[in-house]
Design a protein around this ligand. Structure first.
Ligand code: 48H
Length: 262
């Protein structure tokens, strides 16, 4: 027997600590001010801005990790770029970067992503990861929440699972699911909106357009990041992330201006 460094705790104590903490949080966030679907750069930025204004914000993420495409940037090379003036957000988040050329900056993906996640956590954002957005709640012609399931359950073939998903209510939902625009597509399936699919790459046009088109596309549903490109058929930009950060920030501003959160 070695000398004891750690507190005396048994297996059941560890299990109870996890389950009780999870249940408390999940129950509290069954009703949020804002649910953001997708924990990539646009969703994280939006969440950070909203939570820093004391809103109750839950990010739903299907993966076990948060950060989406921000970890690896371009072509599995772990480098992300931003175009002026988005380096100001890197400054705010204390993310180191280098100037690549006039108006273009490059940072390490893991450093940039972990700082953004940390800022969102510090602001008070809560996360439900390994949780997949499955469907939308619509009440009186307004989006009123999301329907979710555990990612492993959702991944099983329909014929061998009958695990029903659960509903989470929110005053507003943000679609930050990237190229797939999953939330918007659920409205499209029901004939409520029409999405166009993202356009071909054109860096110089795309980023401005994505920020400009970031908007509420149906009562109670705001779209940000690459999902904007998919909804409106805008050109893509490749591994440059300034528009993702500014689009997330704009989505938060739109919500704060239009909706009253006690
Ligand atoms: C739960 C889901 C679901 C679901 C998806 O892809 P992301 O990084 O999205 P953005 O828009 O914040 O950033 C896009 C950027 O990473 C990028 O790919 C760029 C700039 N591309 C340019 C180009 O030309 O291609 O993150 C979306 C997140 C991911 O973590 C997904 O796992 C998650 O959303 N997600 N979570 N339920 N149904 N669908």
């Amino acid at each position: 027997m070695s000398a004891k460094i750690f507190a005396k705790v048994s297996e059941k104590d560890v299990t109870k600590a996890i389950t009780e903490s999870f249940l408390k949080q999940f129950s509290l966030y069954s009703e949020s001010d804002v649910i953001i679907v997708g924990g990539g750069p646009s969703g994280l930025m939006c969440g950070k801005e909203l939570a820093s204004k004391n809103l109750k914000v839950l990010i739903i993420e299907r993966n076990n990790y948060i950060g989406g495409g921000f970890w690896i940037g371009g072509y599995l090379m772990n480098k992300v770029t931003v175009r002026e003036p988005s380096e100001k957000i890197l400054d705010e988040l204390k993310i180191p970067y280098e100037k690549a050329t006039k108006g273009l900056y490059v940072a390490d993906g893991p450093h940039a992503c972990s700082k953004l996640i940390s800022a969102a956590c510090d602001a008070g954002v809560k996360f439900a990861n390994m949780t997949v957005f499955d469907d939308i709640i619509i009440r009186d012609k307004k989006v009123a929440g999301v329907v979710v399931n555990w990612t492993p359950v959702h991944s099983l073939p329909r014929e061998i699972t009958c695990v029903d998903p659960v509903g989470l209510e929110a005053k507003v939902v943000v679609d930050a699911t990237g190229h797939d625009a999953y939330v918007a597509k659920k409205l499209e399936e029901r004939g409520l909106i029409k999405t166009k699919g993202f356009g071909a790459m054109w860096v110089e046009e795309s980023e401005d357009m994505i920020v400009e088109y970031t908007s509420e596309i149906y009562p109670g549903l705001v779209v940000c990041g690459m999902a904007v490109s998919t909804v409106f058929g805008l050109p893509r930009m490749g591994p440059t992330f300034g528009a993702m950060l500014l689009s997330g920030k704009k989505a938060a501003e739109i919500l704060l201006k239009k909706y009253k959160f006690k």
